[in-house]
Design a protein around this ligand. Structure first.
Ligand SMILES: [Zn+2]
Length: 419
């Protein structure tokens, strides 16, 4: 085992340990802070605070177990050379059936990812039908859950097959420069998804309808015009058929831009509050956060494909990472290896992106403050959302440093009141 491989294994192990430790710190904090502080009495009642703490406690316990479980699964796969074994096994059975290496490699990656995701499906079931259900959030039926799962699987099979076969084709045709073409492909794919997500993909799962005429629509379209956002219409989706949690988002660019509101959000917020939430979302767009995030993820794709290229060009590295040598499935093996390792390595730069994202949140809040002539509507919207989603009002400092992409309610309120 070379030093490079052992360092990566060490970082994966350390990530598992630190993730579990962060959840544990959160659990300790929740156990210690059992009384509702004076400053939060406006946000929720003592009864709701108790319920929110119990809810956060259960979510943290599940995340702690999953962090340890995931680390064990990844280490087991890497140390037992399972990727090479699976590849050898597949090569033996599939080779007589087809000589098409593009097809075989794509199927290998898809089958491996599918089997890997099966390890984590019991936790997803437990989260939805036990935790979310007991705290009154889940509205999904088992039949809807299964239908969603089938549709999701089919859709991701189709899309991954399309992308993977093109990438493997690039590797075959342009062994030196394929990684540039693959990065371009992913960037074009992400841009296309921005445009087709709402009109083509979302309707497979939800019913979408234009927001009914009335004061809310007038206010939102007025805001849209005032900030020169450029969306043609506001759409509402029936998210309440799955969960009581609420949200709003927008997708697309140029003429294809669309604002989408969850029906649960419209139920829980007033017109003023909804306008403030939408102004915050538009703030992300107007302050170019969306563009910055897009360039960041494009840069990340280039980096990942470049690393894959380095591994493909270096048989000694393939050996030290316990991959097979001289296998015609090697490109698929390297891709699986990277997808297993990426999230564990990405964890260490998470605080950097969390802090950047927090900066963006303050900027978007400031934008909403300017558009709504004051802090009151956004503050009361944030308080309502924290209450209705049973948010943890006092997570541990270290947990926030690593995981939270948004400043805490107290921090956002303090900033909004200081403008
Ligand atoms: Zn935001």
């Amino acid at each position: 085992m070379n030093i490079f491989f052992s360092s990566i294994l060490f970082l994966i192990l350390l990530k598992g340990f630190v993730s579990a430790l962060l959840e544990w710190l959160n659990i300790q904090e929740l156990r210690r802070k059992t009384t509702l502080p004076q400053k939060h009495k406006k946000v929720m009642s003592a009864e709701q605070y108790k319920k929110a703490s119990a809810y956060s406690l259960e979510k943290s316990r599940l995340s702690l177990s999953m962090a340890l479980f995931e680390t064990a699964v990844i280490l087991l796969i890497l140390l037992s050379a399972s990727i090479a074994k699976a590849s050898g096994f597949l090569a033996d059975i599939l080779a007589p059936l087809s000589q098409n290496t593009i097809l075989l490699q794509s199927l290998f990656v898809i089958a491996f990812s599918f089997l890997y995701s099966l390890f984590f499906s019991p936790a997803a079931l437990y989260r939805t039908f036990s935790i979310e259900a007991r705290y009154g959030f889940n509205t999904t039926t088992l039949s809807l859950f299964i239908k969603d799962m089938l549709k999701n699987t089919l859709l991701s099979l189709l899309l991954s097959f399309l992308l993977l076969s093109l990438i493997f084709l690039f590797i075959q045709w342009f062994p030196q420069l394929w990684w540039i073409l693959a990065s371009m492909l992913i960037i074009i794919f992400q841009l296309t998804m921005q445009v087709i997500f709402v009109p083509l993909i979302l309707p497979l799962f939800n019913k979408l309808k234009p927001l009914d005429a009335g004061p809310l629509k007038e206010r939102l379209l007025h805001l849209n015009k005032k900030v020169n956002f450029g969306a043609k219409n506001v759409l509402v989706i029936d998210s309440s058929k799955r969960s009581r949690h609420s949200n709003a988002f927008f997708t697309g660019f140029g003429k294809a831009k669309k604002i989408v509101l969850y029906d649960t959000l419209i139920e829980s917020l007033s017109v003023d509050e909804l306008e403030a939430v939408l102004a915050h979302e538009m703030g992300h767009y107007k302050k170019k956060h969306v563009l910055k995030n897009f360039f960041f993820s494009a840069g990340l794709s280039v980096l990942i494909f470049f690393i894959i290229q380095q591994l493909l060009a270096n048989p000694a590295w393939q050996k030290s990472f316990l991959l097979s040598q001289n296998s015609y499935l090697i490109a698929a093996e390297v891709m699986i290896l990277l997808s297993l390792v990426a999230s564990s390595l990405g964890f260490w730069i998470k605080p950097l992106f969390s802090s950047l994202s927090k900066k963006h949140e303050y900027e978007a809040d400031f934008f909403a403050y300017q558009q709504c002539k004051g802090a009151a509507p956004l503050i009361s919207a944030l308080e309502t959302l924290h209450r209705e989603n049973l948010a943890n009002l006092r997570p541990s400092r270290w947990y926030r440093f690593f995981h939270h992409s948004h400043p805490s309610l107290d921090e956002r309120k303090a900033a909004l009141l200081s403008y």
